[in-house]
Design a protein around this ligand. Structure first.
Ligand SMILES: NC(=O)c1ccc[n+]([C@@H]2O[C@H](COP(=O)([O-])OP(=O)(O)OC[C@H]3O[C@@H](n4cnc5c(N)ncnc54)[C@H](O)[C@@H]3O)[C@@H](O)[C@H]2O)c1
Length: 278
């Protein structure tokens, strides 16, 4: 993809944080962008901001829970009918599910993996056949995390597991998609100013029952992002550049290079020098 002019983009979790940063970057560069988000309060705030910034005609929004497969499929069909299909899909919606893994209930696994991995899978299943069918090619960005590439501190096992799967599937799908004229990138950010600490507010009622993370998520609500964390608009510009360059890995935070190297060296140190004799 050489330009965003006259392109249609679809950004899940696009009403806040990183997703909204991507929405603004793509809209400023000429795309028409559809925000799909669970939270109507986030959608209202985002639409107010785009109106005040003067690019309301480039952005639309709808409510979608990315774990709802039937709703996702219906929205993809609607995008075909109303927009003639989507050129850029950003599977960004995610939740900062966080807590001691030995206290986790199935509700915590289902919540964390359901949104952070299942939401990406549902986006791919709903949109890829349609993107291939319209024949214009396109690009997909899956939002993973630095948590997929470094060893994380305690409490991140479920979050990191979902993000590692997103990193892996993006690496492994890229070649198959390239044959269809569709690029695939995976974004692995570290700290970005957002509402990721509001996991408790995004958790559906049926996954509150049986959760071992109630206390952790309540504590997290009182821990807003640091002032020195990256501005999501900066991330949005990095993502837009990454799409145009058809970059597989879109990385944002250089200060974690040593942490990444440490993990890769540990992995390599466990690999035998000699090849297995079959
Ligand atoms: N902020 C960071 O430091 C950071 C770091 C690494 C990765 N990430 C990832 O970036 C992505 C965006 O997160 P963010 O930090 O901007 O957080 P955020 O909470 O500000 O934005 C996420 C948006 O997703 C929406 N959402 C949550 N569950 C949803 C669902 N089931 N269906 C549809 N929308 C849903 C929320 O309403 C919210 O508007 C996530 O995948 C997150 O894991 C964030």
């Amino acid at each position: 993809m050489r330009t965003f002019h006259d392109k249609r983009a679809f950004v899940t979790g696009g009403a806040s944080g990183i997703g909204f940063g991507v929405v603004k970057a793509l809209a400023k560069r000429g795309a028409f962008v559809v925000i799909a988000d669970l939270r109507t309060d986030h959608i209202d705030r985002a639409l107010r901001e785009v109106r005040e910034a003067g690019f309301a005609s480039s952005v639309a929004a709808l409510q979608l829970d990315v774990t709802d497969r039937a709703a996702f499929a219906a929205v993809a069909e609607r995008m075909d009918i109303e927009l003639g299909g989507v050129d850029v899909l950003v599977n960004n919606a995610g939740v900062g599910v966080e807590g001691p893994v030995l206290e986790a209930g199935y509700a915590d696994w289902d919540y964390g993996l359901g949104v952070n991995l299942g939401g990406v899978i549902n986006g791919l299943q709903s949109f890829l056949p349609r993107m291939i069918a319209h024949g214009r090619g396109g690009h997909v960005v899956n939002v993973s995390s630095l948590a997929a590439a470094v060893r994380m501190p305690a409490n991140f096992a479920i979050y990191a597991a979902g993000k590692a799967a997103v990193l892996n599937l993006s690496e492994n799908m890229r070649e198959e998609l390239a044959g269809k004229g569709i690029g695939m990138s995976v974004l692995c950010p570290a700290f970005v100013r957002s509402n990721i600490h509001e996991a408790a507010l995004n958790r559906p009622a049926h996954l509150r029952q049986g959760s071992g993370f109630t206390l952790s998520e309540a504590t997290l609500l009182d821990r807003p992002p640091g002032d020195d964390w990256m501005d999501p608009e900066v991330v949005g510009e990095i993502v837009a550049d990454g799409i145009l360059a058809n970059r597989l890995y879109i990385m944002t935070h250089g200060e974690f290079r040593d942490k990444m190297r440490e993990r890769h060296e540990l992995l390599m140190s466990a690999v035998p020098e000699a090849a297995f004799q079959y």
